[in-house]
Write a protein of this length. Structure first.
Length: 452
């Protein structure tokens, strides 16, 4: 495929059609505009390279480099062992259940602690495969946080309730862990902010746990005093949560399954594609395949497909209102089929007073932060780097805010009691030369290179 012309042919056809049919615009004017428009510059080299690679192989080119100065520890917690046997789809067969703990240089007992729930359709993945080690090390480095990736039982060995219990137990352990040589005391004696995070299917489970913790703690619309039962050690509350392309709608019928469906432009001289380059089935095919996967996740309890906790897309005032949900950050691709899983949930959460930030990266695919190195092309994927930098800054900012609230005895998490809107940014590629005429340089401050 002539990758440098991916967007050019599609937009050229659209421009000619538009100029030729609009009143008051001569065909000659339309031709002149078409000739002068810089189609070849619509996508950066790193994006074009990734498009080219992923179109050939959707399993390719995730990040390979670990962040410097971050140590990995293999954790074997009591009672977490499970077996990936003949019915397990993942390649990592045999005894499973060990977690990966990433501790950056300079970490202390007060450093933020992040539990990450890996993706993989609840059927694939582990803390030690599929670039989750690379991702965790980068988040640890950028956020100056201790990051743990939990090895929950994959479907069909695990289902929604089993996986939720596994993740919750991992979070409890992380809240109390001594952290090896740091020899930290119990949560009663430290103020380490606690975060949840996840991507894809794991992001959906992480968001389900955010809602479960909120409800279990007694937060509800119209309730003045909260009960705060000991669901987490010492009555801890989440400081915040981070999600990359989370799968939140188990019915798989949000609008972008259609609007962002993969398509080939008919009539172009070369193969030119738009839409979701990662999941290339027709809308009905994707819906059927994703729904079948979701049915395995919920087991025999099909009512969970629209349960407001198991399928957070359906959360309402009871689950979202009345406080108790910490600040949330979402990074999602503008071209992926489950864009609505983030944007629609975020709108509802903000409506009920939750502090929500959403970055929609235009032209990006599912789980794009895991391709931040540029798919092996030698140039970083700016959008992936930006999402990781934003994640690091979010964790630092929220950690500082929670510590300040604790110092002055203020309520956490903070909550508005009037309708709001999410802080949503549609982020265009700022690495192309012509975008410097659109945006001020300071808009790119969070998008600097990783530096390693």
């Amino acid at each position: 495929m002539a990758a440098s012309r991916v967007a050019a042919w599609a937009l050229r056809a659209a421009a000619i059609a538009w100029c030729g049919c609009c009143p008051g615009v001569r065909a000659e004017e339309g031709k002149a505009r078409t000739k002068n428009y810089p189609y070849e510059d619509l996508l950066s080299e790193s994006v074009l390279y990734c498009y080219h690679k992923i179109i050939k192989n959707t399993s390719c080119c995730m990040d390979q480099i670990y962040a410097p100065g971050v140590e990995r520890h293999r954790i074997r917690r009591p009672g977490t062992e499970w077996w990936c046997g003949k019915t397990c789809f993942d390649d990592a067969k045999g005894r499973r259940g060990d977690d990966a703990l990433w501790i950056p240089q300079g970490a202390t007992c007060e450093s933020p602690r992040v539990l990450w729930v890996h993706g993989g359709s609840w059927e694939y993945g582990s803390p030690f495969t599929d670039s989750y080690g690379q991702l965790a090390s980068k988040i640890a480095y950028l956020a100056e946080a201790i990051v743990m990736v939990v090895d929950y039982p994959l479907a069909p060995e695990g289902n929604y309730s089993v996986i939720m219990d596994s993740v919750l137990e991992g979070l409890r352990w992380l809240a109390e862990a001594k952290m090896g040589d740091l020899n930290c005391r119990s949560a009663k004696h430290h103020d380490a902010p606690l975060f949840l995070g996840g991507d894809s299917a794991g992001g959906g489970t992480a968001l389900s746990l955010v809602l479960k913790l909120k409800l279990a703690a007694g937060w509800a619309p119209g309730v003045v005093e909260q009960s705060h039962p000991e669901i987490l050690p010492q009555g801890q509350l989440l400081a915040g949560a981070v999600f990359f392309s989370p799968w939140t709608n188990l019915r798989c019928d949000s609008p972008d399954y259609y609007f962002n469906s993969f398509a080939k432009i008919v009539g172009a001289a070369d193969d030119v594609y738009v839409g979701d380059i990662m999941f290339r089935g027709r809308p009905q095919q994707n819906l059927d395949q994703f729904s079948a996967n979701a049915h395995v996740y919920v087991g025999k309890n099909v009512s969970l497909m629209t349960d407001p906790v198991a399928s957070p897309f359906y959360a309402g005032e009871r689950e979202l209102g009345g406080g108790g949900i910490p600040p949330l950050y979402f990074a999602v691709g503008g071209s992926e089929s489950i864009l609505g899983d983030s944007s629609i949930f975020a709108q509802k959460a903000a409506l009920y007073g939750v502090d929500v930030k959403v970055d929609v990266m235009v032209g990006m695919w599912h789980d794009f932060p895991m391709y931040s190195e540029g798919c092996g092309g030698g140039t970083e994927l700016w959008q992936g780097v930006r999402a990781l930098n934003q994640t690091g800054q979010f964790i630092k900012r929220i950690s500082a805010a929670k510590r300040m609230a604790s110092k002055f005895g203020l309520l956490w998490p903070p909550s508005r009691y009037h309708p709001g809107t999410p802080e949503t940014s549609y982020v265009y590629d700022l690495t192309r030369e012509d975008t410097r005429e659109w945006y001020p340089r300071k808009l790119d401050e969070v998008s600097i290179a990783m530096g390693y």
